[in-house]
Ligand binder design. Sequence first.
Ligand code: NI
Length: 396
Amino acid sequence: MPNDITSRIRTLSEQFFPEMVRLRRTIHEHPELAFEEVRTAALVAETLEQLGIEVKRGVAKTGVLATVKGKQGGKIVALRSDMDALPIQEATGLPFASKNPGKMHACGHDSHTAIGLGAAMILNELRKEFRGEVRFLFQPSEERNPGGAPFMIEDGALDGVSEIYGLHVLSQADAGTVGFCAGEMMASADELYITIKGKSGHGARPQHTVDPIVTAAQVILGLQTLVSRNLDPFSHGVITIGSIHAGFAPNIIPNEVKLVGTLRSMSREWRAFAHTRIKEIVNGICGSAGAEADIHIDLGYPVLVNGERETALAEASARELFGADHVFKAERLMGAEDFAYYLEKVPGTFYRLGIRNESEGITADIHNDHFTIDESAMKAGAAMQAYLAVQSLNRD
Ligand code: NI
């Protein structure tokens, strides 16, 4: 009876809410940066072990895997939480504010971890209600490239997994609401490092030089055509040169110019095309000027593509749990998220959890030093993750 299980999950999420709050505040008070999540991982592992849940520590250095087994046989569904904090000095003044100077849970990963533990508590009570098993991924380093996800995958986190689900808090949506977006939801983010090498000389005798500054100016403008001329106007992409360094005097043409930028795309195919095209544009312009170019593209997170089927399941599950008025259409973002690596391997969906509460003044955006959440949202998050796992395991 689907209605029976939703009401049980709602009741259990209420029951475990005080524990989720306690865990979230403990983690919030002791934020740890990427791949340093030692204390957090220990808390996660101990909390799960106290529930009698099987745990594997030291995955991807500071990650934790846990398994809750249902009835015999069946698939494995993964639920993911990220655990790392940001290098920000907290200014919320909360009683459980960060005790680690210059470090803060300003992206809500403290609550993602508490929600993952809450979902484990709920599913541990519901073992008889599903076939197969739920694997919990508590991963390190979402914030810092190359991300914890590829290392989790390398360490076997997705072995045997048929679907994966994850969420992220959203300051623009009210607490208790959840948002979904099928297909491409978040961008790939690659970093560009370009060095243009010319030949230095006197600024008054440019005919004896190869001026890398004039060449760089053309390269920057040329790169803009990648989006304006090489991208379907109905698609999305950005190229930004955010740093340019060269020269030191008014009358000297320098030897080289260094450009640093970011490339964002919403399609796996266009991303690959853009890498090739960047090299063509830069090498073409430099070649015509007699300059040489060193081009290094530092690969960041891939495009995050949500499965149609899994997103539909998640949206339907949210309606059943909370009612249609608590479900919204999540916007696409040009930000990046390493959950994208999991979705390259197995289908699933990444969705938004509202945490805003204007009457309590909880409106600050993520990565802001005043960021905080309406903790009641964690009930919805844990209920969603738990119900998704049950739904996914019990279907077909
Ligand atoms: Ni985040």
